[in-house]
Design a protein around this ligand. Structure first.
Ligand SMILES: Nc1nc2c(ncn2[C@@H]2O[C@H](COP(=O)(O)OP(=O)(O)OP(=O)(O)O)[C@@H](O)[C@H]2O)c(=O)[nH]1
Ligand SMILES: [Mg+2]
Length: 169
């Protein structure tokens, strides 16, 4: 039985990772302060109640920096991760190629199934290269799509729990 899930949130700088991580982990109202780059990684802990077969489970959301200068920390960040969320902003030049880079560096590196992976696209959903086609993609706009973003995130968590439980058996 899984009681703690480690989910790693990766993607280029300014993709909106920390903003979305704050929104998903708290019940507070949305706020969009000025952009402040994450230094290395922040770990946000929160609970999901009433998980079938597990009761309450603890979620560790690892909100990483998009700065490749922290790549020396990536093996520690990847260690025993149950799932990866990729985030990017299609309006920013080079974010699509960065997305593929982070896919290779995290999802492929960890040999994860598409079910253990989620793509959050800032403000919209877009067509993605075939290699990412099996991964569920959701709109990360908090003001317009906040409720759905939260419910899709928790559906993703349920899917990972199911996957982790089956793998343990
Ligand atoms: N209005 C609005 N602004 C957003 C939303 N999501 C992110 N932003 C803004 O977009 C910028 C992105 O900042 P962060 O979330 O810190 O970006 P990050 O991906 O964590 O960047 P690094 O930590 O440097 O890797 C911030 O200025 C946010 O306020 C959103 O849903 N709505
Ligand atoms: Mg950040």
């Amino acid at each position: 039985m899984v009681h703690k899930l480690k989910i790693v949130l990766v993607g280029p700088c300014k993709a909106g990772k920390s903003t979305v991580a704050n929104f998903l982990s708290s019940n507070s109202e949305n706020s969009f302060p000025e952009y402040r780059p994450t230094k290395g990684v922040r770990i946000l802990e929160f609970e999901k109640k009433d998980v079938v077969g597990s009761g309450t489970i603890e979620i560790e959301l690892w909100d990483t920096s998009g700065d490749h200068g922290y790549a020396v920390c990536w093996p520690a960040i990847q260690y025993r991760a149950h799932g990866v969320i990729l985030m990017f902003d299609p309006k920013i030049d080079n974010h699509k190629s960065e997305l593929l880079f982070f896919y290779q560096a995290f999802v492929a590196q960890l040999n994860l199934s598409p079910r253990q992976c989620l793509i959050i696209t800032q403000n919209q959903t877009v067509n993605l290269p075939n290699i990412l086609g099996k991964i569920c993609q959701i709109n990360g706009n908090i003001e317009k799509n906040g409720d759905q973003l939260k419910s899709e995130f928790f559906k993703f968590i349920d899917e990972i729990i199911r996957f982790a439980t089956i793998s343990e058996e």
